[in-house]
Structure formats: structure tokens, C-alpha cells
Design a protein around this ligand. Structure first.
Ligand code: BGC
Length: 406
């Protein structure tokens, strides 16, 4: 039996573009209209209109927290022009969370950029932080009374990897050099946002906020234990899991470590060339592990390894995303249970964990993969937008209610 602390935050996450629908002012929408990705996001889950229904369900499922993102391109559709209507929308939404006794965890940037910012090169622009900051300042001023937990940037390394190395997300660039610049600019953006958020709370005499990024962490495992592969594991772990955190920690710009954990990544490198060690060479999946519907290995032990590896930072950790896409709901509950067991093992080793947020509350728009992957605790029928609570959600709900996994 695992007993979680009574202050533990339990919930599920979404992001604006993946659930709201009609996010017409961002670079993803523009890219989708030109045929990018599998299918356009369109109305997504219609959560822009249906959010209070979604929060009813989250509450019914005994969640006490909810992570979501505010959409920059709605709030600042043109540079320097803020939409009062959209700000009000997000204020209402945060109030609604509070009314449902759901602790808001608010992300400021979850992969999408306003078109005007994309036209300036988005995060490839060295001045990106200066464009990001007025939006941060505006929305944090508006929501600070009701929000304590902030996530500045969701998965900076995943963003630069998909958009600037693999080139499968807009703006579809393939340049390791550019990607490094993007990562640097995202780090600067985070640090500036971190300071801005803290300044606002200080000026307003509010209790100190908790600010972090959502760091996608991967468990890197060597295919065969050759020297080359072991070195590859070391380099990838350092580059992907640690460097960004090291850097923002050096600037004292982290109050907790936000972790998104899904899977492991097998490392099988063909040479000691920098490209192979960091990026390429990982083609074959030799593993016999069960997989999600996108073919990712299910590897709960990795969560334990990551939590222990991050213990050196001496900060509380917070699981901001952990989830599975599957058409077999019993696989979802097994996934959650096995990850919670590993979370409990890490806590037994002294790791301080603030909460566990499942990805995702709802089935939603899985970026370039479209609507097929089903990550939701709640099923969405895309013809009617009807929500149906899955069995796995009820099992998870029992853990949320009792704070105990038996
Ligand atoms: C992202 C989500 C995404 C999920 C599943 C995370 O990388 O933050 O937006 O839907 O993984 O792929």
C-alpha cells in the first residue's frame, strides 16, 4: 500500500490548442490550413465553450488540481494589442476552477505561437524574450490573485527538437545549429518570465508563486551495453534531461521541477559523431516492452530513475504530465498504477513530490498525429463532443479520493 501526503495534488492536464478549438491566430493553425500534420485541429474538443462541463467531470473524479494553458495568440492576437474579451475568458475559467476546488496550474507557452511572433522568427529570434514578456506580464497581473502554480514553457527541448531538428512541426526547420539557438532563447524567455512573475507577486504582496517549466524527461537506455552506446546514453541524458535545468537553476529561476514523463528512449549509436551521439542512430526498437498506440515503450521504472536523478537539485518535483494513448482502457489503468508505484518508491527514498497530473483529462488533438491517439481519462466523441468517463478514470479517481494506492 502506498500512502500519499494529504497535501498531494491530483489531477489531469490539457493545453489550449489541443482542446479549445478555433485557435485561428497561432502558427499551428496556419500550418494546419496549409496541410501540415495529419488533420487540422478545427473545433478540437470545443473546450473553449465546454470547459465548465469538463471541470464538473474532473471534480466528480475527485481531482483537486488541473493543469491547462492560456493561449498567447488569443490574448495578444496582434503585437501589443491585448484582447479584453479573451483575458476575461481566462479569468472566468480560473474562477470556475476555484469554484470546483481545483488548484490551477497554468502554462504560459504550450508549443503554439501567435502568427505575428512566428513572422518574426518566433523562438529563433534572439529577442524572443522581449516579445514574450509583455504577454506574461499582462496575463499574470490578471490571474495572480487566483493562481499559485505557473509553468512558463512546456517542454522546451521537445519544441526545439520537433520544430528545428526533426522538422516535423512548424516552422519545419532541420538545423542542429538553429535548434541550439532556439533552446538558448527559450531559456532566456523562461528566466525573464520567472523574474517577472515573482516581481508581480512581490509588488502585490501576494504569497510567493511556484514557477517552473514542464521538462519532458526521457529514460535513456542503451540497446546493447557497448561503450559507444553507454557514452550515447550519458550524452543524451546530459543534453536532453539535465542541461536546461542546470542552466535555469544557475540563474535561480526554478521553484520546483515540473516533469513530463512518458517513455524511454533506446540508444543505439552508429558512431561517435556529435549528430549520432545526440540525435540520430536510434532507429530500431528492439524492446519487448508493451507499447502505447504510438509505439512508445511503456517503462514505469524510468519515472523512478528520473525522480532520483533530479533529487540532486534539492527542489520539490511535480509530475505535470504522465499518460498513455491506447484503445484498450485497461492498459491505461495499469499504466497509471505502475507509474504511481514508482512514484511511491521514489518518495520512500526521500524525493519530495507535490503532485501527479495525468495527461490528459480528455482525448484531444495530438499535434501532427491528429485525433487518433486517445490519451484521455474521458473519451470525446468528435461527432457530438459528448464526454464519456472511462473506467480507468474511475480507478484513478479512487486513488485521488483516498490518497492511497492499494
Ligand atoms: C505534450 C503534450 C502532448 C503529450 C503526448 C507532451 O509532450 O506536452 O502536448 O499531447 O506529450 O504526446
Amino acid at each position: 500500500m502506498i500512502q500519499f501526503p494529504h497535501t498531494f495534488l491530483w489531477g489531469a492536464a490539457t493545453s489550449a490548442h489541443q482542446v479549445e478549438g478555433n485557435n485561428t491566430n497561432n502558427d499551428w493553425w496556419e500550418w494546419e490550413q496549409k496541410g501540415g500534420g495529419k488533420e487540422p485541429s478545427g473545433l478540437a474538443c470545443r473546450s473553449y465553450d465546454l470547459y465548465s462541463q469538463d471541470f464538473d467531470l474532473a471534480r466528480e473524479l475527485n481531482h483537486n488540481a488541473h493543469r491547462l494553458s492560456v493561449e498567447w495568440s488569443r490574448i495578444e492576437p496582434r503585437e501589443g494589442e491585448f484582447s479584453q474579451k479573451e483575458i476575461k475568458h481566462y479569468r472566468n475559467l480560473i474562477h470556475c476552477l476555484r469554484e470546483h476546488s481545483l488548484e490551477p496550474v497554468v502554462t504560459l507557452h504550450h508549443f503554439t505561437n501567435p502568427i505575428w511572433f512566428a513572422n518574426k522568427g518566433a523562438w529563433a529570434n534572439r529577442r524572443a524574450d522581449r516579445y514574450f514578456l509583455p504577454f506574461v506580464e499582462k496575463i499574470v497581473e490578471e490571474l495572480s490573485d487566483d493562481v499559485r502554480y505557473w509553468v512558463t514553457i512546456n517542454e522546451p527541448m521537445v519544441y526545439s527538437y520537433h520544430s528545428y531538428i526533426l522538422g516535423v512541426w512548424p516552422p519545419q526547420v532541420k538545423s542542429v545549429f538553429k535548434a541550439q539557438g532556439v533552446t538558448d532563447n527559450l531559456a532566456r524567455g523562461h528566466i525573464a518570465a520567472y523574474r517577472c512573475i515573482h516581481d508581480i507577486y512581490r509588488k502585490r504582496n501576494l504569497p510567493a508563486p511556484m514557477v517552473s517549466i514542464a521538462k519532458n524527461a526521457q529514460a535513456f537506455v542503451a540497446c546493447q551495453p557497448s561503450l559507444r552506446n553507454k557514452f550515447g546514453v550519458y550524452m543524451r541524458n546530459k543534453h536532453f534531461n539535465l542541461d536546461f535545468i542546470d542552466r535555469i537553476k544557475r540563474h535561480s529561476a526554478l521553484d520546483y521541477i515540473g516533469i513530463n514523463y512518458y517513455s524511454r528512449s533506446l540508444v543505439d549509436v552508429d558512431s561517435f559523431s556529435p549528430y549520432d551521439l545526440f540525435v540520430g542512430g536510434c532507429k530500431k526498437n528492439h524492446s519487448a516492452l508493451a507499447k502505447n498506440s504510438l509505439g512508445w515503450d511503456i517503462y514505469p521504472q524510468g519515472l523512478y530513475d528520473i525522480l532520483l536523478a533530479y533529487q540532486k537539485y534539492n527542489l520539490p518535483q511535480f509530475i505535470l504530465e504522465n499518460g498513455i494513448c491506447t484503445d484498450d482502457d485497461s492498459q491505461r489503468w495499469n499504466f497509471i498504477r505502475d507509474h504511481l508505484i514508482n512514484l511511491g518508491r521514489a518518495m520512500d527514498q526521500g524525493v519530495k513530490v507535490l503532485g501527479y497530473i495525468y495527461w490528459s483529462l480528455l482525448d484531444n488533438y495530438e499535434w501532427d498525429k491528429g485525433f487518433a491517439p486517445r490519451f484521455g481519462l474521458i473519451e470525446v466523441d468528435y461527432a457530438t463532443y459528448k464526454r464519456t468517463v472511462r473506467d480507468s478514470a474511475r480507478k484513478f479517481s479512487d486513488v485521488c479520493k483516498r490518497g492511497v494506492l492499494s
